[in-house]
Each structure stands twice: as C-alpha cells, then as structure tokens.
Design a protein around this ligand. Structure first.
Ligand code: ZN
Length: 431
C-alpha cells in the first residue's frame, strides 16, 4: 500500500514536471513569435490596405504572392467583402485662412499637410531658413505656422515633429538631407549650442499647449526616413553641444566617438604616415556610448575614454571634405597628435568652449530617471496629393524606423541604434 502511494506521488510529480516543461516551451515559442511577428504583420497590413484601396477604386485585385499566402493561411475561411471593401476613416481639416489642409487616414502612421504651391517653391529655395526665436543661428521659420495649425487638430502629445518634404530627391538649394530645430532643453549637463540660454522652452510658440515638444526635424526628401539622416537629426536633440570639436559645429569630427554625429574609428601609423580609419560624418551603426550617455540611456561608467586630434582643421579637413564618402580612411603625412580624456573630464568641460560651459556637469536627469520613449508626429509636406506609392513607402519606412527589435538589414532603426534602451512611437493622437 505504502509503495503504491509512493508511486502515485512520483506519477503526480512527473505529470507536474511535464506540464511545466510544456509551459516553458510555449513561453519560448511566444517569445519567438512576438520577436518576429511585427515586421511580418506590417507587411501583411500593408498588402491588406493596398488591396482595400484597389477594391474600392478599381475593383481589381493584384494577384501577388503575399495575397496567395494570405488565402493559404485562411484555408477556406470566407473573408467578408465588407471588411475588404471597408473605407478607411479619414479626417480632413482646413485652416481658417484656407492656406493649409491636414489629411489623415487611419491606415497611415502619419498626417499629411497640404501647403500652397508658392510656399512650397519658397521653401525649397531655402528662404525660410532664417533666425528663430530660440536660435541665434538659423531655423526654418515656417515651422511655427505649420505647427500652430496642426496643434489645433492633434493632441499635444509629441516629443518631436518630423516634417518630410515629399521630394524624390534632395532639392538643389537645400544643402542637407535633414535639419534639427531645437524647441526646448530641460536637461542639465549636455552642453549648450549657440542657441542662447542653456535651458529653454519655446513649445508654446509652436502651439504645443502641453510644452512637450523638444524639437522639429526636417527631412528634405522622402526616401531617407528609414536610413541614416533621421537618426543623426534625432541625436542633435542631445548633442553635440559639449565638445568644441572644431568641425561643422555640433558634430564629433575630430574625435574617436565614432557615432551618429561622426568621428573616426581609430588612427594607425604606418611608414611615416598616419591613417585615420573610417572617418565618418553622419551615419551607419548604432549610437556611440558617449551619445547614449547624453541621451540618458547609459551611465557615464559605460563610456570609454575619448581621444581627440590636436590639429584637426589644418591637416585633416580640407575643401574636399564635403565630397568625401562617409566611412573612408584618410591618410596624412607624419604623426597626428592626439590627447585622451576621461568621461569625467569631458562632462567637466575639459573640451568645451565658453558657451558650452554654461551647461556642464553630471547629467540631470540621470539615465535612471530619463525619458526613454518618444512620441513622434510624422508630417508629409506637399502642395499636391501623395501618390499611393508614396503613401506606401512612407508607412513602410516609419514602421521600420519605429520597430522595437532587430531587423535583418544593414540599416539601423531607432531601437537598434539605442541598443534596445530607447524607442519611438508614431501613434497619431487627435483631439
Ligand atoms: Zn548634424
């Protein structure tokens, strides 16, 4: 009898263990599914949306591979015609002076702002690049009008607004792929740009009743939302305003920081010459440790020492610099003098100019209390309607950029560039 009770207990224990293993297996499976699914979902959604539009407008359905897969997945399950043909929910608002029209469709991750043709022509001639209230240097003044109109319609829930000019390529007169315009800084210890006060908040001038808006980014053509330039522009929220890098103000040029704001990988000496390995100005790869520190994502203890070259301007940078391909090596005769600083020396202002020293010291808030998730309002700018192809491309790029996970390509999304410590969301919030 005692033996049979013992066997019963053993049997129950075995069953319990088996159940636990099952639960573990299922958990693992779930983790895998969660990790992989969103990108596939995005693709499916995109196809579904494209299909819905086709049915609505031309009553033809493209017989592509993904659609075959959709049908195969559903195995005979009847898809309701009303779902396929469902009209997306759209919102259209016009400004009082009839200058601007805002369009939103709930299948999109962005809003679209239609501006007068004359304004478009002026913009791409760079004429709106002028003095801003908060910038002694320059900014796009037109953003105040646009943002004030948009904030009449959307909720003031955004950390950044990204205006994307609906151009296939960069207009000749606009010298950059992107621009960053600072709206506020409430962080101590990240240095100060040439924008006047170290701490400032001009969000109300842009119609932001919550004073949340940190900055506005302009992207001058529609094919680089999911590519280096936008991660570079985001980084300008936090840097470079602390290192007098002697290279195109606000970039890391002369240092081995080697991040989204530039720098080089290392310097090697060979046969009386010095080779700066992989000098870059802008993109590729993740944010550098020092950049992650300034963003408030890692502690200073994780930032390695920083080396700078002493005679950068005269010997390394010359008039051909702007034409050089990012990531190329630069070879110069002789030895390049370098000095290495610790992170404590850097945040103590060892490499800061007089202006930058107005905001140095330990970062407040520290990485423990800093903001790590940011709401972005993506706004397409055009004087005309977007084509279906442009809509699809913009949605696709935004989804990839905001995706919180690794994506199997050479381009880094925000989450990847932050090493999983920061993220961005593209939700559109309406009043
Ligand atoms: Zn820049």
């Amino acid at each position: 009898m005692r033996k049979s009770i013992m066997w019963l207990i053993i049997l129950v224990l075995m069953l319990l263990t088996a159940c636990q293993n099952n639960i573990k297996d299922n958990d693992n499976k779930d983790i895998n599914i969660v990790h992989n699914e969103p990108i596939n979902n995005h693709k499916d959604n995109k196809n579904d949306n494209a299909k819905a539009i086709k049915v609505d407008k031309s009553e033809t359905v493209e017989n592509n591979d993904s659609e075959k897969n959709n049908h195969a997945d559903k195995k005979g399950e009847k898809v309701s015609d009303s779902i396929i043909a469902k009209e997306p929910i759209s919102i259209t608002e016009q400004s009082e002076d009839k200058k601007y029209i805002l369009n939103y469709c709930d299948r999109n991750d962005f809003v679209s702002l239609t501006i007068p043709r004359t304004q478009w022509d002026t913009f791409i001639k760079n004429d709106y690049y002028s003095k801003m209230p908060n910038q002694e240097n320059h900014g796009m003044v037109i953003s105040q009008e646009w943002s004030n109109f948009i904030y009449n319609i959307v909720n003031a829930e955004y950390d950044f607004i990204v205006y994307v000019l609906n151009n296939d390529s960069r207009p000749d007169k606009l010298p950059m792929n992107g621009y960053y315009q600072a709206i506020q800084n409430d962080i101590v210890g990240i240095g100060t740009g040439g924008f006047g006060k170290p701490l400032f908040n001009y969000a109300d001038l842009y119609g932001d009743s919550n004073s949340k808006l940190q900055g506005i980014i302009y992207i001058t053509h529609n094919d680089v939302l999911y590519d280096g330039p936008i991660l570079h522009e985001f980084m300008h929220r936090w840097g470079n305003y602390i290192l007098d890098s002697d290279y195109g103000m606000c970039h890391w040029g002369n240092s081995n920081i080697y991040g989204r704001l530039g720098g080089y990988d290392k310097i090697v000496e060979n046969d009386g010459r010095s080779i700066i390995i992989k000098h870059k100005r802008y993109w590729e790869g993740s944010y550098a440790p020092f950049e992650l520190y300034l963003m408030g994502l890692i502690p200073k203890e994780e930032v390695p020492d920083i080396t700078v070259t002493e005679d950068y301007s005269s010997r390394i940078i010359n008039e051909t610099d702007w034409n050089r391909i990012d990531g190329e090596n630069i070879t110069v005769d002789g030895k390049i003098k370098t000095i290495t600083y610790t992170i404590d020396q850097i945040i103590g202002g060892a490499l800061s100019n007089k202006n930058q020293k107005a905001n140095i010291g330990e970062r407040i808030p520290s990485y423990k209390d800093s903001k790590k998730q940011f709401n972005i309002l993506f706004v397409n700018i055009d004087y005309d309607d977007m084509t279906e192809k442009e809509i699809e491309s913009m949605n696709n790029q935004i989804k990839l950029l905001c995706y919180e996970g690794e994506y199997d390509d050479e381009i880094y999304n925000f989450w990847e560039a932050c090493k999983g410590k920061g993220s961005i969301k593209s939700t559109v919030y309406f009043k």
